[in-house]
Design a protein around this ligand. Structure first.
Ligand SMILES: [Zn+2]
Length: 232
């Protein structure tokens, strides 16, 4: 990747269909509901399609899957495959990985292997989809592996379109994505760069206290962020 030829880098794109196999039962329904919520009929581009889209616009993109198989029951897409496809499009794509913190030491070992052997440059967490509080101490063994490599951890925060409009929100619970739970993580892992995805509250200004925290501005609400965010 030659960053001088890029006009920007999008640090948050999802790999939804990297392996091209048929999704698990129910996954089509979840994706169909999200397509309505985001008003995006083609919401499952392949990694190659994502690369082409960004290449045409001279924009780089961080891309990752979400390992939520324990909480949602939907099959996990392999981090290795995402990394290999990103490597084949390395002029525009930067691979992050996703590991459910519930995998404990197994997950920490996977993280170290992915960084060492697959060029993984960071890790995505989606607390609502993965069903965990970011400050749950059981996640710390995985954070230790990430922190020792000094690569960033990107946390979804706030509202999510996943499960929107489905009965019971498809079991997705917003409480896990309260950004204040990341506060403990920032305190306990000062050497780990943390990215808070999306405007969310509380903590929008409080998090500015920690030098290892940064925040993205993209909204998960199709109507755009509330005016309070636009003004602040
Ligand atoms: Zn995301």
């Amino acid at each position: 990747m030659n960053v001088k030829e890029l006009v920007a880098i999008d640090i948050h794109t999802h790999a939804e269909e990297p392996c091209g196999t048929h999704p698990d039962d129910g996954y089509d329904d979840l994706q169909a509901a999200m397509a309505v919520y985001f008003n995006q009929p083609n919401n499952r581009p392949t990694i190659e399609e994502t690369a082409s889209y960004y290449r045409e616009r001279k924009i780089g993109a961080v891309i990752f899957p979400v390992d939520a198989e324990r909480e949602t029951g939907y099959r996990r897409y392999p981090n290795e495959e995402v990394a290999e496809k990103a490597a084949a499009n390395s002029d525009v794509l930067i691979p992050f990985a996703s590991i459910d913190p519930a995998k404990g030491k197994t997950g920490a070992r996977e993280a170290r292997r992915l960084i060492r052997d697959f060029g993984i440059r960071g890790f995505k967490f989606h607390p609502s989809m993965q069903g965990f509080y970011p400050n749950d101490r059981s996640a710390y063994v995985l954070y230790e592996a990430i922190a020792e490599a000094r690569v960033p951890a990107l946390f979804h925060t706030g509202q999510t379109g996943v499960g929107s409009g489905m009965p019971g929100g498809a079991g997705i619970r917003l409480k896990y994505s309260n950004p204040m739970f990341v506060d403990d993580v920032a305190v306990d892992f000062p050497e780990m760069p943390i990215i808070l995805a999306h405007p969310s509250f509380p903590g929008r200004r409080k998090h500015c206290r920690w030098p290892n925290i940064s925040r993205t501005s993209i909204s998960t609400c199709p109507a755009g962020p509330p005016n309070t965010f636009r003004r602040s």
